[in-house]
Design a protein around this ligand. Structure first.
Ligand code: HEM
Length: 226
């Protein structure tokens, strides 16, 4: 077995997980799993088990899943580094696209169930409610990310420009969190916002720490060879 890079666990278990993640059935399985929240919401609506306010449950349920898929997408890189499960990368694009998919559904729930698809009323309502404006901005920022999540777009843009563009996912997740926080601030109820805030702080904090550490290692290597 080759030596593991510093800080990365290796061994039989990691190889098994990577092999399993590289299996051709993994992506279709992840795809079906990612559709389960939608299936549950539809089934709840059909069987009238979404509570007293089904429209609100659908709107909020889809909103929750946008944030969850954004967090899962952002968790791929730190997880790969911490566990050695590098084949997780195969699932990142799918997770990001599902965040967008649930974002579109969430907006459609709002446009349909809250606003009756009245475009003029929607155009008046969004600027009036700062939390909705922030959510709209987040969703609009997701559009170019979803549109360039295909091999052809990556080749056309070039890896560096593609990476730069896709850094706006950090703005998307922070705006999504602000949207949720702002919405709940009306009732001063942050209990459900806090776990997302902590998860997002950890996911972004890890990136800052990783960059600083890599910078320090490069400087040390340059000092040794200089
Ligand atoms: C990336 C984009 C977005 C994210 C991450 C997001 C996320 C969320 C979350 C987590 C909730 C609360 C769910 C809960 O209470 O459990 C929510 C609620 C809501 N969102 Fe979004 N959202 C986004 C975009 C939008 C857009 C574009 C609109 C419409 C303009 C919108 C309108 C609403 C409304 C009306 C509610 C419910 C407010 C209420 O029940 O009082 N969201 N959203």
């Amino acid at each position: 077995m080759g030596a593991a890079p510093a800080g990365q666990p290796h061994g039989a278990a990691v190889r098994i997980v990577n092999k399993w993640l590289s299996h051709r059935a993994t992506k279709p399985t992840a795809f079906v799993l990612a559709l389960c929240p939608l299936a549950l919401l539809i089934s709840g609506a059909v069987h009238q088990s979404l509570g007293a306010n089904p429209a609100e449950a659908l709107l909020r349920g889809t909103g929750d899943w946008v944030l969850r898929f954004l967090c899962l997408t952002l968790a791929v890189t730190p997880l790969r580094h911490l566990t050695g499960w590098h084949a997780l990368l195969r699932l990142r694009r799918l997770l990001g696209l599902f965040a967008f998919f649930y974002g579109v559904l969430h907006f459609l729930c709002y446009a349909w169930l809250d606003m009756g698809f009245d475009v003029a009323a929607i155009a008046r309502d969004i600027p009036k409610r700062p939390f909705a404006l922030v959510g709209t901005l987040a969703l609009l920022l997701m559009l170019p990310l979803a549109a360039t999540s295909f091999d052809h777009a990556i080749r056309a843009l070039g890896a560096q420009r593609w990476r730069q563009l896709h850094r706006s996912v950090y703005a998307v997740v922070l705006l999504g969190l602000l949207h949720f926080f702002w919405m709940r601030s009306a009732k001063n109820d942050f209990a459900e916002v806090l776990p997302y805030a902590l998860a997002i702080a950890a996911l972004l904090g890890w990136r800052v720490w990783h960059r600083l550490r890599r910078g320090a290692l490069h400087e040390r290597a340059a000092g040794l060879t200089g």
